[in-house]
Design a protein around this ligand. Structure first.
Ligand SMILES: [Zn+2]
Length: 171
């Protein structure tokens, strides 16, 4: 009996010593391992993007895209509320599938993401670059109606300046 108590006491003591040891600052080799793990994680981000169409399926992957992968949280952007719902519905399956591919994902977040918005902004830019009112693009000409120096683009388009055209349109 007494020897058992002693054994347990000894056991507890050795456990305590192990705990103390783990509190000590980590040696350099351990730090290097952490760097290795971080590098491995970054590598996984790239492979996550690669694996995404395979895991999500073609349809879902072309409408939903991984945006960020930070601290184990993967954020997926859905192009349309309908796809947001679809991905919400498949959330657990996707999480399981990504984990099965070896991605260390703690959580999956989904948000609305509008990739078309950027495209239409570029479209607006293009329209403005060709706009007849751009003097820096088309130069200036004297309006044949009001004889005022006006954007040449307007005159070649309407045979008069924009102000004269507006007057015509308002009549
Ligand atoms: Zn005019």
């Amino acid at each position: 009996m007494n020897s058992d108590i002693f054994k347990n006491k000894y056991k507890n003591l050795s456990n305590l010593q192990n705990e103390e040891a783990s509190k000590k600052p980590s040696p350099i080799s351990k730090c290097l391992n952490h760097i290795k793990v971080d590098w491995q994680k970054n590598k996984n981000v790239a492979s996550l993007w690669q694996d995404w169409p395979k895991v999500a399926g073609e349809k879902l992957a072309s409408n939903c895209t991984p945006l960020t992968f930070q601290a184990g949280v993967l954020t997926i952007g859905a192009s349309h509320p309908q796809w947001l719902q679809a991905i919400m519905f498949n959330r657990n399956q996707l999480l399981a599938a990504l984990r099965a591919e070896g991605h260390d994902i703690k959580d999956l977040r989904i948000k609305q993401y509008y990739p078309q918005k950027k495209q239409s902004k570029e479209g607006e830019k293009k329209i403005w670059s060709l706009h007849p009112s751009r003097c820096d693009v088309h130069g200036k000409k004297i309006c044949p109606i009001c004889k005022i120096s006006s954007p040449a683009g307007e005159i070649s388009l309407w045979k008069k300046c924009g102000l004269c055209r507006r007057k015509d349109l308002s009549i």
